[in-house]
Design a protein. Structure first.
Lengths: 151, 183
């Protein structure tokens, strides 16, 4: 009987952990690559509209956002409709140059318009005209998925 | 002296701590990652107009004009636009695209059909999106029907950049134009 005991005692009972850092690093690298760290702080209120026939944009890195909506003021009040790109409120006239510069960096740029649903369309028309001048022709109106049933 | 040197431990870097550091970083990136996909209605804008350029002539029957006015009403038609409730836009676009020359007021063929969208400045954005949604829905339905009839699959099930998908896409090209605002 002691014969058997001796045999099992020789083998190591530890799970080899030397490969664990490699596995963890692999996961780490995956998440580092997929993370988009920069999140903008919204200075305008954007309440998305809903639509049924929507597409997904998977390449988040190609997307540049333009936020349009009433400006958030202190104490939950809302001001005039403003345009926000990245972290700043901009004039309509400034969009052309901003977007042209972005297009030079990324030729496959998609401009995503995140417009509040109570906005009048005139300002969107102005933005679209500026985008056409800048040459950024692929646009996307950000919407939420409408819950099917009501249309 | 030499004997004491030999008694020293192996000069190895401890590898166990590395996993902890990696885990810490991993958890940080896990928390900050947002895997939400942006959804929306994609559209291709027309290029900026060159000066003194005349728009190409298009037969009135091939151009479905849609106007969203400041009261939030949708007016559409190839000739004189008439008010249309938003839920009916889809059906009217379908009729218009698949007319194939039957009705003299609607399009010659699906590849000639153009949807031209115009909005007044004070038009509500919500109505515009709902209208655009209906137009997109009409094309999605038509493509789905064609894909089912030809390949027995829905349009979404066809592989991206496959020949089948291109065939269906060519059958019903999405020609949506944004009218010049000052016209």
């Amino acid at each position: 009987m002691g014969h058997f005991e001796k045999k099992s005692a020789k083998t190591s009972q530890d799970v080899p952990t030397s490969a664990m850092p490699d596995v963890v690093f692999m996961l780490l690298i995956f998440f580092m690559v997929t993370t988009v760290l920069r999140e903008v702080t919204l200075q305008v209120k954007v309440n998305f509209t809903e639509a049924e026939n929507i597409e997904k944009i998977e390449q988040k890195r190609l997307v540049s956002y333009i936020y349009v909506g009433p400006k958030k003021l202190s104490g939950n009040r809302l001001g005039e409709t403003e345009i926000q790109i990245d972290d700043a409120l901009v004039d309509v006239g400034a969009i052309r140059k901003l977007m042209y510069d972005k297009l030079k960096e990324e030729p496959r740029l998609i401009v995503s318009l995140r417009v509040d649903d109570d906005t009048e369309f005139g300002i969107v028309t102005d933005i679209q005209q500026e985008l056409r001048e800048a040459g950024t022709l692929r646009i996307n109106y950000s919407t939420k998925q409408e819950v099917s049933g009501g249309s | 002296m030499f004997g004491r040197d030999r008694e020293r431990e192996d000069p190895e870097v401890g590898g166990a701590g590395m996993a902890d550091i990696a885990f810490l970083l991993l958890i940080f990136f896990l928390l900050v990652t947002t895997i939400d996909v942006d959804t929306g209605i994609g559209l291709q804008l027309p290029p900026a107009p060159e000066e003194n350029q005349q728009p190409p002539p298009i037969k009135t029957r091939n151009m479905m004009k849609i106007l969203v006015n400041q009261q939030g009403m949708v007016l559409m038609g190839t000739g004189e636009p008439e008010p249309t409730p938003v839920p009916q836009v889809k059906q009217r676009i379908k009729d218009f695209v698949t007319n194939r020359g039957k009705d003299p007021n609607l399009s010659d063929s699906p590849d000639k059909a153009i949807v031209s969208i115009k909005t007044q400045r004070a038009a509500p954005y919500k109505v515009y999106i709902n209208m655009l949604d209906e137009v997109m829905g009409a094309y999605a339905d038509l493509r789905n029907q064609a894909a089912q009839a030809q390949f027995g699959k829905s349009y979404e099930q066809l592989k991206d950049e496959s020949e089948e998908k291109a065939t269906i896409k060519d059958m019903f090209p999405k020609k949506i134009s944004i009218a010049e605002p000052n016209q």
